[in-house]
Design a protein around this ligand. Structure first.
Ligand code: ADP
Length: 425
């Protein structure tokens, strides 16, 4: 059950990154050893091959991160053969040097097992026990079942070291398997708890939002009937409260969803300028009611690259909506500009900026507003309501899309929220 849940999950971006760097390190370490101090023929052939193999593995991981399991499994098979070959070759040398090589070469076996259990979501047990079976088979091939006392003294010492390996290694594999299973069970419990929380929130949100939508519709009707200024003010207050409740519910549901480790991107080719224009158009009536201008612009020379950005369009729309909603909330007069373009400083990166001429954010608060539930005590914008989750959701979404969000702001002059997104998430 645990394995089924885990195996259906693609490896996390962080895990792939760690394994990528480990492979790069192995490649560089083996390349260094190839040029310095390799004493026996087996290593002189095997170590450069290992260096090339791990270089290729790192490249494959960088290119096809979603296939991490297959890539690492494929790399571990020749690694196992190389380690076993090294042990066998060392055992042929019945001098003190052979014993030294056998003892030092065997240090790589626990590293091999740990590497397999860290990098593989499936098949770690299989490859480790196969490796162990190879070690056992080679021992039997070399020494048979004869007692060690019948061997020459130096060969008996080699056989003793080999036997110690055979006795100790199952404990290592079983311990790693146990830890991995425990980790899997914890992850499955965490996923289940997130899913039930999400189901509960979705149900709650549906149960509350449906009547809320009906109320908002009726409030509009009521507004038409309101005759006197006090009546109109009362209707306005009801409308504001109802739409705040709606926003709070949306923010909390979204925030909870983002906390779920099983949350996945829905990537496709996205026309970024068209999407930005569409979102701006949605907010046009709201901007007009506050007598604000809202414009969307992009440089003509970037259009070709921005037409086909491989990302999650729904999430980009949500990021833009949250930033434009804030710009509208915290701007009293002037304009809101949404600028889409290619990033001048980073290759293959798009940049989306939402610029307003609003109240601005003081420097000490510019970092902390991205934390959950942080709201500035703003009298300047007329005490607008909010949940303090909008920017947290933006930051998390941008990070999931592989980008970054930054802010430039001057009090009284306005703010510019800048989102950089890879052209291929
Ligand atoms: P909310 O807007 O619901 O309070 P957010 O997380 O979106 O929550 O924003 C956190 C705080 O950051 C806001 O309460 C506001 O004080 C400040 N803020 C966000 N966007 C802007 C902006 N464009 N101009 C000025 N202040 C802003």
């Amino acid at each position: 059950m645990v394995d089924a849940t885990l195996s259906s999950q693609p490896p996390a971006r962080d895990e792939t990154r760690i394994v990528f760097w480990l492979c790069t390190l192995v490649c560089m370490g083996a390349a260094y050893l190839s040029f310095h101090g390799l004493t026996n023929p087996w290593d002189r052939i095997g170590v450069p091959i290992m260096s090339a193999l791990y270089g290729l593995t790192a490249w494959c991981l960088w290119r096809f991160p979603e296939r991490m399991n297959t890539i690492i499994f494929t790399a571990l098979v020749p690694t196992s053969l190389y380690i076993l070959g090294g042990v066998y070759m060392a055992a042929q040398d019945t001098t003190a040097t052979g014993l030294f090589k056998l003892a030092s070469g065997s240090q790589f076996m626990p590293v091999f097992y740990i590497g397999a259990f860290v990098a593989l979501q499936r098949g770690a047990n299989l490859i480790c026990w196969l490796h162990y079976a190879g070690l056992l088979g080679l021992y039997l091939f070399q020494y048979g079942l004869a007692p060690r006392s019948s061997l020459p003294p130096q060969a008996a010492m080699n056989a003793h070291v080999w036997m110690v390996l055979l006795v100790a290694q199952p404990a290592c594999i079983v311990a790693l398997h146990y830890i991995t299973a425990l980790k899997g069970r914890l992850r499955a419990t965490e996923l289940a708890s997130h899913q039930s929380k999400e189901r509960f929130l979705a149900m709650l949100s549906h149960e509350i939002r449906s009547p809320l939508q009906a109320m908002l519709g009726s409030i509009d009707l009521l507004a038409l009937k309101a005759q006197t200024p006090p009546e109109r003010r009362a209707v306005d207050r009801i409308r504001t409260a109802a739409s705040q409740l709606d926003t709070h519910l949306r923010d909390v549901t979204e925030y909870t969803r983002l906390e779920n480790p099983a949350w996945q991107l829905q990537t496709a080719s996205v026309d970024l300028p068209a999407l930005a224009q569409e979102v701006c158009d949605t907010y046009l009536p709201q901007a007009q009611s506050k007598r604000l201008d809202i414009v969307c612009e992009w440089p003509q020379q970037d259009v070709l690259a921005l037409h086909h950005v491989w990302t999650d369009g729904g999430r980009v729309r949500q990021i833009l909506s949250n930033l434009i909603t804030n710009a509208l909330k915290y701007t009293v007069s002037g304009r809101i500009t949404v600028r889409v373009g290619l990033d001048d400083t980073h290759d293959a990166t798009a940049r989306i900026e939402v610029i307003d001429t609003g109240i601005g954010i003081p420097p000490p608060d510019q970092q902390r507003i991205f934390e959950p539930y942080v709201r500035l005590d703003d009298q300047r914008a007329g005490n607008v309501e909010g949940s303090g989750l909008g920017l947290t959701v933006v930051k998390r979404l941008v990070e999931r899309l592989g980008g970054e969000v930054s802010l430039r702001s001057e009090v009284g002059q306005g703010s510019c929220f800048s989102v950089s997104l890879p052209l291929s998430a």
